[in-house]
Design a protein around this ligand. Structure first.
Ligand SMILES: Cc1cc2nc3c(=O)[nH]c(=O)nc-3n(C[C@H](O)[C@H](O)[C@H](O)COP(=O)(O)OP(=O)(O)OC[C@H]3O[C@@H](n4cnc5c(N)ncnc54)[C@H](O)[C@@H]3O)c2cc1C
Length: 379
């Protein structure tokens, strides 16, 4: 084992939550070392849509955190020179109950902090020419949603942290012991004042006792991507529809949502069974990212299910038509979540903070969450 090196803070995990905390600590003037067990981060942060999606957050402190996070994201992306598509989002409505929820959301939402407007069919089609015209009743438009390439972020943010903030970053370095002042990997030992553990779905390795009683679970999702669409063709806003309205907690401010949920439960039970909604966004390379499903549990089934992909694509085809919807890639991702909390925080020992369970909103919330947590932790 090499001689101990020195830092103020050790971060465990090179996903977006780890990077967000590292960025905050580095800007606060701390000497930071970050450890990622793989040669590059391959967890949920690499496998997601890259959507910064404030419209999905419930009204109140999580929406405010998402909006603050968005400001920080724009700053980070500019510093890293990673492109973003600030296209906003559309929740398109083809059924009477979806229209009722959409209109209600646009009338109640602004007072709760949402930036949104109801578009009639003509204005909806002007925003996105991939939408089917037949039966289109309109859409909720929000200008705030941003799409980024998660892999570009995971490559460029560490570069920025190293070059501008002189951070030490160790890839292929699984951490096996966190007991400040000592943090140990298989090849190095570091002396630190504190450690922030952002290990995603790996609850068990470092603090098995804490996590046994935590209530944390895993959620598996199936995702797909097309080949790049023709040059110069742009999707415009990221697209969601009625299925997403029942899924995004933001729409819970609408009394009419119950009717929509009941209709989907009776008309489309398989979509409820697999927790499917059909979101689509476009990468900077022009591909369409399509998803997703939600299978919950302590140990989720590792087999992908052809039925789930078919259900997602059938629903997508019911409201969109693309030049080329041939699927070029399929993959699965898994995130940690807590059934009752929007994120999970633990202090397994003095000087150690463990943070995970940001669920399906980790990209959206990460930077705002890290700011909130670090402000208190470093006080
Ligand atoms: C398919 C999918 C789509 C999603 N889409 C979106 C979206 O569009 N918008 C959104 O806001 N959110 C989205 N999410 C959620 C979001 O991706 C996650 O909430 C977020 O990425 C979690 O980040 P994390 O850093 O906690 O976990 P991870 O990204 O899993 O990172 C944890 C890291 O810790 C490392 N690690 C673990 N143990 C150790 C150890 N002992 N030593 C060293 N390293 C270790 C792992 O190797 C891993 O790289 C999606 C999630 C999935 C799965």
């Amino acid at each position: 084992m090499a001689e101990q090196q020195r830092a103020d803070v050790a971060i465990v995990g090179g996903g977006i939550v780890g990077l967000a905390h590292a960025w905050y600590a580095a800007r606060a003037g701390k000497r930071v070392v970050l450890f990622e067990r793989s040669a590059q981060a391959q967890g949920a942060s690499a496998r997601n849509y890259g959507l910064l999606w404030p419209i999905g957050q419930p009204a109140g402190f999580l929406l405010q955190m998402a909006l603050r996070s968005r400001e920080l994201w724009i700053d980070l992306l500019n510093q890293c020179k990673v492109p973003m598509s600030a296209t906003g989002s559309l929740h398109v409505c083809y059924r009477e109950d979806e229209e009722a929820v959409g209109k209600e959301f646009c009338s109640l939402g602004p007072a709760q902090g949402y930036t949104c407007e109801w578009l009639d069919p003509q204005h909806t089609l002007e925003k996105c020419n991939a939408l089917r015209q037949k039966n289109l009743r309109g859409a909720v438009y929000s200008p705030l949603e941003i799409t980024v390439d998660p892999k570009a972020v995971l490559a460029e943010a560490p570069r920025l942290l190293k070059e501008r903030y002189r951070m030490e970053i160790r890839y292929s370095s699984p951490v096996r012991r966190v007991e400040p002042p000592v943090v140990e990997t298989s090849s190095e030992a570091w002396r630190v004042d504190s450690a922030i553990v952002c290990a995603g779905t790996d609850f068990e390795t470092l603090f098995p006792g804490e996590f046994k009683t935590s209530g944390l679970l895993r959620c598996k999702q199936q995702m797909m991507r097309t080949a790049p669409q023709p040059d110069n063709w742009k999707l415009g806003p990221a697209l969601a529809a009625g299925l997403s309205m029942r899924f995004n907690p933001s729409f819970q401010i609408c009394p009419s949502l119950e009717g929509l949920k009941k209709r989907i439960a009776s008309e489309m039970p398989k979509y409820d069974k697999w927790g499917i909604h059909a979101l689509v966004s476009q990468t900077p390379r022009g591909e369409l990212t399509i998803g997703d499903s939600h299978e919950y549990g302590q140990n989720t089934d590792f087999y992908d299910k052809a039925e789930i992909d078919d259900l997602i694509l059938d629903y997508l085809d019911s409201y969109t038509s693309f030049n080329d919807r041939t699927i070029a890639q399929r993959w699965q991702g898994e995130y940690a979540y807590h059934p009752e909390k929007p994120f999970f925080l633990a202090t397994p020992m003095k000087g150690v903070l463990a943070i995970t369970g940001v669920g399906g909103a980790g990209m959206t919330l990460s930077l705002g969450l890290a700011e909130r947590i670090c402000k208190r932790f470093f006080e």
